[in-house]
Design a protein around this ligand. Sequence first.
Ligand SMILES: [Zn+2]
Length: 241
Amino acid sequence: MTKKQLLSQYPLNWKNKGFGIKIFCSIPKIATGILITADKNLVLVDPGDGILRDLNREITPAQLLSISDIFITHGHHDHVGGVWALLTYWRVVRKLSPVNIYYPEGCVEIESIYSAFSKVYSNTISYRINLRKIGNSRKIKASGMEVKPFPVLHREYELSDDRNVNVPALGYKFYFTDMSICYGGDSARCEPLEKMVKGSDLAVLEAGFEEGEPEGMHMSVSEAAEIGKTAKNFFLVHVPQ
Ligand SMILES: [Zn+2]
């Protein structure tokens, strides 16, 4: 695949020697859903609404049961909307192996979903859920990969007025053998993102900026493409449709 800007229809696919990513969907305010493959290991990233349906089409029930790591970039509904469905599905099919959920420190959405899920189903949950709050940029070993979290710049509006505030948000760089995939989550242009994208085999970058919105929330297509060109290949996602 040559270096180019890809704004094709979902799903987007990239694969190289046992390492791959499938982006089922990434539409702002609607849903994201990403599956990373490293040999036989499957990892979910930002499982938004519809992820269970997409996984059911893509992989076997046994593969779905084998998933042990979920990475969340931030708590916006279009990135975490499928978490409740996944947790509940695994309870119904009696998953036994534990699942780790990695998320940025301060992401109350994940903690609230977990807390409500634990309360509703209390002692009928067949598997362990480990909340792995990330407060620094240390590398994590997960599902046969090394994963490097990095801070990104993302904001949201407050309801009461027109102010917008910072959201706890991370990007992740996934390393497998001698390859790497860098996913920035939702982010405005920022230094840590530019640094991590550079030289990656694949960069997945949001280009969600819409006319009239304040600075510091999203990148424009041209900003994202400019950063993307520093990687070997890149996808632009989260483009308003
Ligand atoms: Zn967001």
